[in-house]
Design a binder for this molecule. Sequence first.
Ligand SMILES: [Zn+2]
Ligand SMILES: [Zn+2]
Length: 283
Amino acid sequence: MRIGAHVSTAGGLPKAIDRALDIGAEALQCFCSSPQGWAFKPLPQAQTAAFRARAAETGVGPNFLHAIYLINLSAPTPENLQKSMDSLVNYMGVASAMGAAGVIFHGGSHRGAGYNGIFRQVVDSLLQVLERSPSDVLLCLENSAGMGNHIGSKFEEVGRILRAVGHPRMKVCLDTQHCFAAGYNVATKDGLDAAMQEFDREVGLGNLAALHANDSKQALASGVDRHDNIGEGQIGRDGFLNILRHPAFHDLPFFLEVPGFENTGPDKRNVDILKELRAQTGV
Ligand SMILES: [Zn+2]
Ligand SMILES: [Zn+2]
């Protein structure tokens, strides 16, 4: 189990490794373009090669890219859908070049069309992205909090997509805050066990590639995506102790996407809390 964090790539891709090391993160997640815009500049080979070398030398990994926020495979317009697929393909290419394990993305909002209304479109677009991307990179659908008609808040929805895509590189990233907001009570041992049994039944534990470790500012089943620092939210330290203890997660990386105690994003204190809890589990 690796304790990782989302870090900035300002100043160049290899700088992300330094930022991870600065806060004690053992693995990292980052963007490779502005997450709020469609603009994409291919990364020079020197940058991706330097990242790869630096990751190998420092042992930071496994590493993942997080797709831009504009991606919406459930989009109602063909232009938007095409841009979303192209963006994912671009990210998959960079992930391969930098030696990252995969790209984590959100399924997007069906904007009122309903899950069934966009299901086939999502599956077909994922198949196209997989077809157009390198064979050594995973494509990971992240579960959502269910806010604003976002698909994938229920494991059943995630599982139906995975089964229909039926591709060995199609995987899942589970965000603890999104689980909690979607009504899975991962804060208690019983709630977590029940949630992971349901996950195994609907999605399959073997399809889980990574976790996002975030506490929740919002109540159980609130449907609201608001991350908190570990121990400051409604999942709490005891909740995370249970999560880190769960056998399903022992071989997976955890990535913090928390505001930070000084509002500077995932920080050393959050990493240290998770490391301390991991030590208590004896894993
Ligand atoms: Zn995400
Ligand atoms: Zn997340």
